[in-house]
Unconditional design. Structure first.
Length: 452
């Protein structure tokens, strides 16, 4: 019988080890593909939970659009507890920041707009914050009102239009973030790592891993001695970058539970037009040199309780951004260490809202923070606005209280003396926050830690 064997010219069979190796390589490539696709899908899902809103109007009020082609301009609104269209919204504003990145990516400049800035508000569709939508009604233009009112009555579109007309810069991306919502996002991620220059409550100076409550404290804490708004803006942007960076990390994107919980918290807390979390992270963490500057405004509110724009300085700043020129020096005064401590301040608290016992509750909160509280009672008539009335001799005390009760609009009474009265209207969002770290009265602050 003939024995059948391999033909002499037959190709050699691959060895078992080589076959196994090829299978392993193919399986590894497939796994990498699945991981990348899964991560991309998780990121898309996160972005899909963010509520979209019509805000951008690229042509309104823009100066020399051709010279600004390719520039990216993110207008980021920070809102107080329950805002950004979330349930229980009270439609208050906390910070307004314009981050400008030129087309060549050579720098990133964040301009901090005070919400008490006096503006001439254009006519805008009325905004329903609770439903996060516009109503079929136009709010007429109003002169000599606050920047906060643009968002309160006209929502994102009115705020964008106002900033564009003031600056001549086209807003290309918009987000509104309910700042207290950062707590839920951070807890969903199991914490985020961040560096702070000084102790803030339970957060030590230096780099540490923050839980949700600590992150909310870092995002909202006012400094003592009073800090410029630019310090809070820089700290908040770094926290947001750390949070979004952790959300887009492989460990989060490949964790169904972390992705689900973060997306839910993000969806409750953020509105956007033209921006996803990757866009925001890129603009906040690029390799370009980063600068935070204040919008040039007066240091003391006018008789309407608003801050006057320093037109000449502001025009130079906006022109430099539009033309990609060196930034001018901004001489806006900032608070110094000579400001009052809570124990130096006594305020009367009046309830003009429809919530029984509100003045007493806020008075107790202020006492717990070390403030003196005088008269506590009801206002003569109900009011929507939450107002902090003060006489010129109490301007420093009003500045401190304004940081502690951010919903309050400062209103100067030029004819009065020794006046400091907090009137709580229906716009009051419940926020009464510590003016500093817990040990502010213990003596001079330690030298700041470098977080560069």
């Amino acid at each position: 019988m003939r024995r059948v064997g391999r033909r002499a010219d037959a190709p050699p069979r691959p060895s078992r080890a080589r076959t196994v190796g090829r299978v392993a390589v193919a399986a590894g490539a497939a796994l990498v593909f699945l991981l990348v696709a899964g991560g991309w899908g998780a990121q898309r899902w996160m972005d899909s939970t963010v509520r979209t809103v019509s805000a951008l109007e690229p042509s309104t009020g823009v100066v020399d659009a051709a010279a600004q082609a390719g520039d990216e301009n993110l207008l980021m609104l920070g809102t107080a507890s329950g805002t950004s269209g979330t349930p229980g919204a009270r439609n208050g504003t906390d910070t307004v920041v314009l981050t400008h990145v030129p087309a060549d990516g050579s720098r990133a400049v964040a301009v901090s707009f005070p919400t008490a800035l006096e503006i001439n508000r254009p006519p805008c569709p009325r905004w329903d914050a609770a439903a996060a939508t516009y109503l079929d009604e136009t709010v007429p233009a109003e002169t000599r009102t606050s920047l906060a009112s643009a968002y309160r009555v006209g929502g994102p579109g009115c705020l964008v239009r106002t900033v564009q007309q003031m600056s001549g810069i086209p807003i290309t991306k918009f987000i509104a973030l309910d700042v207290p919502g950062i707590a839920g996002m951070v807890d969903a991620l199991g914490g985020v790592e961040m560096c702070v220059e000084r102790p803030i409550g339970t957060v030590p100076a230096g780099t540490s891993r923050l839980d949700g409550a600590q992150a909310a404290l870092v995002a909202q804490a006012a400094g003592s001695p009073p800090e410029p708004d630019t310090v809070l803006v820089d700290r908040r942007q770094r926290l947001l970058a750390a949070t979004f960076g952790e959300a887009l990390s492989a460990s989060t994107l490949l964790s169904p539970t972390a992705t689900r919980d973060f997306a839910a918290a993000l969806g409750r807390s953020m509105l956007a037009d033209g921006a996803g979390i990757q866009d925001v992270l890129r603009l906040l963490t690029g390799e370009a040199e980063r600068t935070v500057v204040p919008l040039p405004v007066g240091s003391v509110p006018n008789t309407r309780g608003n801050l006057d724009l320093q037109d000449a300085e502001a025009n130079r700043l906006f022109k430099a951004l539009r033309e990609h020129a060196p930034l001018p020096e901004v001489t806006t005064p900032v608070a110094t260490a000579s400001g009052p401590e809570p124990a130096d301040v006594t305020v009367n608290v009046l309830n003009a809202a429809d919530r029984t016992g509100l003045a007493g509750q806020v008075g107790d909160s202020l006492r717990a923070l070390g403030f003196g509280v005088g008269e506590v009672g009801n206002a003569a008539e109900p009011s929507t606005d939450t107002v902090l009335r003060f006489s010129p001799d109490r301007a420093d005390a009003a500045g401190l209280l304004g940081r502690v009760v951010p919903a309050a609009r400062l209103l100067q009474d030029p004819a009065g003396t020794s006046t400091l009265q907090l009137v709580l209207g229906t716009s009051f969002d419940g926020t009464v926050r510590a003016p500093a770290a817990d040990d502010t009265a213990a003596g001079p602050a330690a030298d700041p830690v470098s977080c560069a």
